[in-house]
Ligand binder design. Structure first.
Ligand code: TXA
Ligand code: MG
Length: 371
């Protein structure tokens, strides 16, 4: 008997790193075979510079429908179409406003997704019934070589099961999607670690619908003032009314154990976090902490012994790109422990910090403390 969604998954290793030329990969057998799978309507998980994507031919409504089944994703949450060259955009959008041209020129290939008026060739299954389509050119040689060899725009959400953290390593994809996709291309860990910035380019001013790998500050250097959709900042609540990006409506990933996010600046932040962990532990909780390297150094200097807590280190507070690269791995790691309470350290919101805090706030649901 065929079980719905049961597929024989092949895992193929492709060694390449972000920044490498995709030309040399174009003849690589795993890429060519994976491209054939896409052309036949199958599903291929592949690395991008942000997180792994779960790809299908974005112009094939049946193949796109299979993505939603494999992920367990609500049908009205639209997908991003991934392209490998500037020329490919004209087939899928009705119009490319000047501000979108400037942003694409400045940041593609890269972690920026542009929401544009959709062309009729794009199935409404791909766009969740919307009249707009999200497009991005990823900066990963494996992704670019695969899309190029497939010869079609590749629809790809993050390659996690709905409700799980986005995958930043092939092992995360295997954990969530084994038996649900034909191919997983293993290109090693992704670089950026948080998803692309989604920018609505259909109005007079660009609006950030999801903060991500390209910062607001970097966008503003190119196109002047960029707005942030109010739902992004009010991420404690799941909006009940209409939203500009359907992804905002859904309960995002939350760790198995309830999480508290502590915001503020050192040293008060470190004192508060340490006190909280000690209080929880006294109450019999098994405490898991997701913290910066600076906090660990603070403990060392204060001769605080943290060995009774489970600790995962996100990286340095002064290098937000390090923290972005690690947060999803840290959240998955905490889920694998028998933890009953999670404490997460907040970081400054500047630059990549906006995307990091957006993901941490969602993971902490309603529980955010300020020092
Ligand atoms: O970095 C990324 O963006 C990764 C990699 C694989 O490219 N992809 C990714 O896809 O994060 P996904 O499906 O997990 O998130 C796409 C987000 C969702 O929040 C969705 O609601 C929003 O983009 N989106 C897609 N199409 C849209 C549209 N036409 N209008 C508004 N929002 C849209
Ligand atoms: Mg996702």
């Amino acid at each position: 008997m065929e079980i719905d969604g049961a597929r024989n998954t092949q895992i193929w290793r492709v060694s390449a790193s972000v920044g490498e030329d995709s030309e040399s990969l174009k003849e690589a057998l795993p890429i060519l075979q994976a491209a054939e799978v896409l052309k036949r309507g199958g599903l291929v998980a592949f690395p991008t510079e942000t997180v792994y994507g779960l790809g299908a031919n974005g112009l094939d409504a049946k193949a796109v429908a299979d993505i939603f089944v494999a992920k367990g994703r609500p049908a009205d949450n639209p997908l991003i179409l991934h392209i490998a060259s500037m020329g490919a955009i004209h087939q899928i959008v009705r119009e490319m406003p000047p501000l979108a041209i400037s942003l694409a020129r400045a940041f593609w290939p890269g972690p920026l997704t542009l929401v544009l008026p959709k062309a009729t060739i794009v199935p409404s299954k791909t766009t969740g019934g919307l009249d707009t389509v999200a497009v991005r050119m990823p900066a990963h040689p494996v992704a670019l070589a695969l899309i190029d060899a497939a010869g079609v725009p590749v629809a790809a959400p993050s390659a996690n099961k709905s409700g799980r953290p986005s995958p930043t390593e092939a092992a995360h994809v295997v954990k969530d999607l084994l038996g649900r996709v034909e191919v997983i291309l293993d290109g090693g860990p992704t670089g950026v670690g948080v998803e692309s910035t989604v920018v609505d380019c259909t109005g007079r001013r660009p609006v950030i619908l999801r903060p991500g790998g390209v910062s607001k500050e970097a966008l503003e250097e190119i196109v002047g003032i960029v707005e942030i959709d109010p739902h992004v900042l009010a991420s404690r609540e799941i909006p009940s009314g209409p939203v500009r990006s359907p992804g905002m409506k859904y309960k995002h990933y939350a760790p198995k154990a309830p999480a508290v996010l502590v915001k503020g600046d050192p040293p008060e932040l470190f004192e508060k976090l340490t006190r909280l962990a000690a209080e929880m532990q006294i109450k019999g909780e098994k405490v898991g902490l997701m913290v910066s390297r600076e906090l660990m150094e603070y403990w060392e200097k204060q001769t605080i012994d943290p060995s009774q807590w489970y600790i995962t280190c996100m990286g340095s507070r002064v290098h937000p790109q390090e923290i972005a690269a690690n947060i999803y791995r840290c959240l998955r790691e905490l889920d694998e422990q028998d933890i009953t309470k999670i404490i997460m350290e907040g970081v400054p919101r500047a630059g990549l910090g906006l995307a990091i805090m957006n993901r941490l706030e969602k993971a902490a649901a309603h529980c955010i403390l300020e020092t």
